[in-house]
Design a protein around this ligand. Structure first.
Ligand SMILES: [Zn+2]
Length: 105
């Protein structure tokens, strides 16, 4: 279920917390962004608390989850590989831009 709301942590445009996807009203028609969130949403089905614990505690889990979601976003034409690589740097993963870019090549 997609919920348009302004109550999203600062710096985010959308957030999946199964069974909901929260999205800022001004981004609710961004298909690429919604597809990105749907990747997280499907992975969280029935196991959202476990997913979130792993996401917050494990850099490698977070990185893999974001790479899957950004690949989907690229696939639907939402963003370029380079932009996905820039975005990936904002998840506190301790990786460089070239390492990030490699994930999408
Ligand atoms: Zn994501």
């Amino acid at each position: 279920m997609i919920v348009k709301t302004k109550l999203i942590p600062k710096g985010f445009q959308a957030m999946s917390l199964w069974p909901f996807i929260f999205v800022l009203p001004e981004h609710s028609s961004n298909t690429g962004l919604i597809e990105h969130e749907l990747v997280h949403y499907r992975e969280q089905a029935w196991v959202a608390p476990i997913w979130w614990v792993r996401y917050l505690c494990s850099k490698s889990f977070r990185q893999a989850a974001e790479v899957r979601a950004y690949k989907r976003q690229i696939e639907v034409g939402g963003i370029t590989k380079e932009w996905a690589a820039v975005m990936l740097l904002s998840y506190n993963l301790g990786i460089t831009f070239s390492e990030s870019l490699k994930e999408f090549e």
